[in-house]
Design a protein around this ligand. Structure first.
Ligand code: SF4
Length: 183
């Protein structure tokens, strides 16, 4: 639901959805018509359809068990691409995914990591970032925090370094002389 739609809009839909279909089995048993009705207003209906197809596949072919790795999420569930697999893998399954899963959709995270380490790289595309930077204990929290930081503070233009919670760790921040800082 959060792909292409803001959190504030999604919250009500998510609560109603989970109340009606609290388990993957419940969703699998629903009709596509009911799914589309529930999705009305969120846009991009293919997301609801794919979610429904995914639930049906989990129930009919995977004995009701969700895939437990990033690789199997990617291979076994329709509509799950690298971005979603990496997000679910790190947030729900606590997996440290490999850099091959970083896509353009993760550019905010890549930008923050590049700036923190002052790595000269094209932060709009996939770059090789050492997996050791990801907290192995809490990869989901780490990835969410980095993406949030990239979206709200360490923005592409005019980063809010004076408000940044990690500026004391940031190599780029240190490299820019105080006179040249716009913050
Ligand atoms: S200090 Fe500035 S450049 Fe460094 S991570 Fe924070 S916002 Fe980004």
């Amino acid at each position: 639901m959060l792909q292409q739609t803001q959190v504030a809009t999604v919250i009500d839909y998510y609560i109603k959805w989970m109340k009606r279909w609290p388990t993957v089995q419940d969703l699998a048993a629903a009709t596509l018509e009911a799914v589309n009705q529930m999705w009305a207003g969120l846009g991009y209906y293919s997301r609801g359809k794919r979610l429904h197809e995914g639930a049906q596949k989990v129930v009919s072919e995977l004995k009701g068990q969700m895939p437990r790795t990033v690789d199997s999420l990617l291979k076994q569930l329709p509509g799950v691409g690298r971005y979603t697999a990496a997000a679910v893998g790190s947030i729900a399954l606590g997996q440290v995914f490999t850099t091959s899963f970083i896509t353009d959709d993760w550019s905010g995270l890549v930008r923050v990591l590049c700036r923190l380490r002052a790595i000269g790289a094209d932060s709009t595309g996939p770059v090789s970032i050492a997996n050791t930077l990801v907290d192995p204990e809490r990869p989901g929290d780490f990835n969410q925090a980095m993406m949030e930081l990239g979206a709200r503070v360490c923005t592409p233009k005019g980063p809010l370094c004076s408000q940044c919670p990690v500026h004391s760790l940031c190599h780029s921040f240190r490299k820019v002389s105080p006179q040249r800082r716009s913050w």
